[in-house]
Each structure stands twice: as structure tokens, then as C-alpha cells.
Design a protein around this ligand. Sequence first.
Ligand SMILES: *[C@@H]1O[C@H](CO)[C@@H](O)[C@H](O)[C@H]1NC(C)=O
Ligand SMILES: *[C@@H]1O[C@H](CO)[C@@H](O)[C@H](O)[C@H]1NC(C)=O
Length: 468
Amino acid sequence: GPGEWTLWGSWSRCSSSCGRGVSVRRRHCVRLPEEELCWGDSHEYRVCQLPDCPPGAIPFRDLQCSLYNGHPVLGTQKTYQWVPFHGAPNLCDLNCLAEGHAFYHSFGRVLDGTPCTPGTQGLCVAGRCLSAGCDGLLGSGTLEDRCGLCGGANDSCLFVQRVFRDAGAFAGYWNVTLIPEGARHIRVTQRSHNHLALVTRDGHYVLNGDGVLSLPGTYEAAGTRVVYTRSAGPEETLQATGPTSQELLLQVLLREPNPGVHFEFWLPRERYGSFQAQVHALGWPLRQPQPREVEPQPAETTVVPEAIPARVASLAPGEAGTVVLGFRGYQAAGKARLTHTSPLDPCGPCPDSRGRAHRLLHYCGSDFVFQARVLGRHRLAQETRYEVRVLLIYKNRSPLRSREYVWAPGHCPCPPLAPHREYLLATRRHVSPDGTQDRLLLPQAGYARLWSPAEDSRVRLAARRCPV
Ligand SMILES: *[C@@H]1O[C@H](CO)[C@@H](O)[C@H](O)[C@H]1NC(C)=O
Ligand SMILES: *[C@@H]1O[C@H](CO)[C@@H](O)[C@H](O)[C@H]1NC(C)=O
């Protein structure tokens, strides 16, 4: 195996005495003769930023060239005055032009900390041009994530993405969404002759207000720069890096039917709940469709399917009037109207899928695990929608409301959920590719068990055994 590194030494003094420079620290590989070299770098370089150089200070590269002034070079006794030459291929070689002569000479590498080219961010280290990652280390390649965290994994914020398609009958301003304080990487696009508009908290229009079109360009709002483009396409975009220092209201000025306003931004996790509550209160649901605020139905009520399920759609031939469909309990009068339902479940039994590994797998692999009471069930042709009351949350990747819709694939999903009973559910978040649907999904053969105190303790046990 490889040897072992010593601890890092301390950072060296800055390579320059003003402005930007580099500082270096070292470590050493300690190894026995038969051991391999240590893995990783023996040197680390970081940018040091000293107060700006005074006006008229000689730039570092100029200084390095000028060291050869008046000294014989190139094997002759002739001497020259040297100034930097920036047209040579390697930016980190000390390429100097003989003043008044049509040639340059390369004196080897520039010193560490020399800017690669004037006015840019890169610095030369060991003859290579490196730029600093957000951690200040040269060449680390570390970037700020979408949440503004250096080297983060995008997991301290949530991505909000939706297409606003609602279009009213009247022309004028329509609310699209609130963009909360702290939002980053905001992007809004629409392709029509309608126009995007942005309003600050105090009701002041940043652009396209009062029915007057603004010029494309950069606008300052909520502590960030909003870049507005408009092309004859027709297409309009708004983009801002953020983070926003106050809430903004996005509107669309309708002049023709709205084909859709696509918007997206990243929001700190802790702001997501209040954002969702706010848009909910304003009637702009994020997760669609919105659960209705209805009371649970009494236990005797049976669920009436909206449409005849595809797998029983074959009517018995030759029977007029009342047609008995192909399974127990359902009778239809006429062709497609169900007039009577029985409490018998039209769906066959599901294959049994018990076991501890099963529970652990589902717990660890799910976005949401919670106890819920099923308030209602709505069977559609391709899927089933349960309305549930969330009672106890064991795990959630984004905030859950007290009432949610849980979707399951198919007309007869497995495992089945019966109305008015309480379950332990492990669901996933499913966002459709166009961003219009953001759903809780109970997958086929997913985890749904009647809730019991024993189930509760089994889940808590599973929670502790998830790999991190
Ligand atoms: C964060 O999200 C952006 C945009 O989706 C993506 O390009 C980037 O690779 C992500 N970063 C990480 C560390 O996952
Ligand atoms: C749009 O949202 C603002 C701010 O929440 C609200 O004051 C206004 O009444 C809304 N307008 C419409 C037409 O809903």
C-alpha cells in the first residue's frame, strides 16, 4: 500500500506584497522502501488577497522581465530592455519582448502567483495557469452549488419548477408565482406575444409595468440583477442568479391565450414550507391537483368509479337494459353509467410482499415515510388517487401538508389502500418532465401497511439502519 502523509505545514507568505498572489503549503510522504508513493498532492496553493497595489506599481510580470535589463543574454554581449510579451503560447512562461526589436525570448516559467494574463482571474503555479475554486484553492475545481454552498451537493435547497398554464378570459396582468426571498438561479421563459412582469414587495414594477413595455436589458431588483431578453420568436426570458433579498411577484401580461409560462428557481429548504403555504393560500397550488378541504366520508359510502375500468369493459353481448359487468358487485345500466356499486372490492388480491428487508429497503429508498389516514379514493383509468390526512411524519424530503394526494399506478393498485383506514406509507416524489405535476407516488409493490404501534416501532428501527 501507499505511504502516509505528514500533516500539512503552514501557509507560506503571500507571493506578492500587494494585490493578488499565491501562498503554498506542503506535506511530506512518509513511506517504507517497499511502500508506494502517497496518493494526492504534496503542495496546495491558495489565492491570497492583499490590499490593492498603489497606482503606478510595477506589475509582477513586468518586474520579472525587467530583471534581465542590461544583462547580456542569448550568448552575445548585446543587452536589451525587456517588457512582457503576451502573444506567446504558454501564458505561464516568462516571455519578454526586446524593446525596439522584433523578437521575444522565453526565460522559463514565471514565478508562482503571476497573473496568467492581465485583468483575468487565473494565476500561474508551477508553470500552469490555474483558477481558484470557491474554496480559494487554486486548481481545486470546487464550485458553488445551486444553493450557494461551496462544494455542496445541491441538497440544502429545493428546486421549484412549474409551468403556469392558467389563462383567463381577460387581457391584463395575471399572477404567476411568488418568488420568495433567498431564491437563486431564477429562470422564467414564455413563448407568445404576452409579456412577463416583475413586481417588488412595495408594488413597484421592475419591468413591463402599467402596460408599458420595457427594453430588454439588465434590471436591479431584490438585490440581484435580472436579465430580461425578448426576441421576435416570440420569446421572453428573465434570469437572475440571486439570492434575492426580498420577495418578488412574477406576473404575465396577457394579450393572447397563454401557452405557458415556465419558471424555476432554487429555494433554501427552510423557506420551502412557508412558500408552499403562501401559494396555497393564494390558490396557486404547486402540487397539482390540490386536495379539496372536505371532511372524510362516512364509512358506509362506497366509492363510485368515474369510468368503467378498462379490464372489465367487455359487456355481455345481447343483454339489453341492465348489463352485468365481468366481475362481482358492479352493475351498469345502459352502456357506461354505473348505477350501483357494492362494497366488494372489484380488484383481485395482491401478491403478498412481506419481510423485514422489504421494509428497510422501502424506508431507506423513499422520499417520504408517514402515517396517514385514507380519506377517499378515486379510481381513474390509468391510476388511482388517494386523498390522505398525514398524521405522523417519519421521514420527508420536502414539507408535507396535512392533506395530500397519494397517487398509485393502475386502476387496481397493489398494495391497495382502503378508505377510512390508517397506513404506514413509503412514497416517492415524482415530478413530471414538463414540471406540471409534482406528486407523491406509491409505486407498484411499494410499501403500505396498516398502521399499528408494532409497525411504528419497526419503522423507527428501520430508520436507524439506513445507510447514510
Ligand atoms: C447541482 O445542480 C445543477 C443544475 O441542475 C447541476 O448542473 C450540478 O451538477 C449539480 N451539482 C451537484 C453537485 O450535484
Ligand atoms: C396578485 O398577487 C398580489 C400579491 O399577493 C395580490 O395582492 C393581488 O390581489 C393578486 N392579483 C390577482 C389578480 O389575483
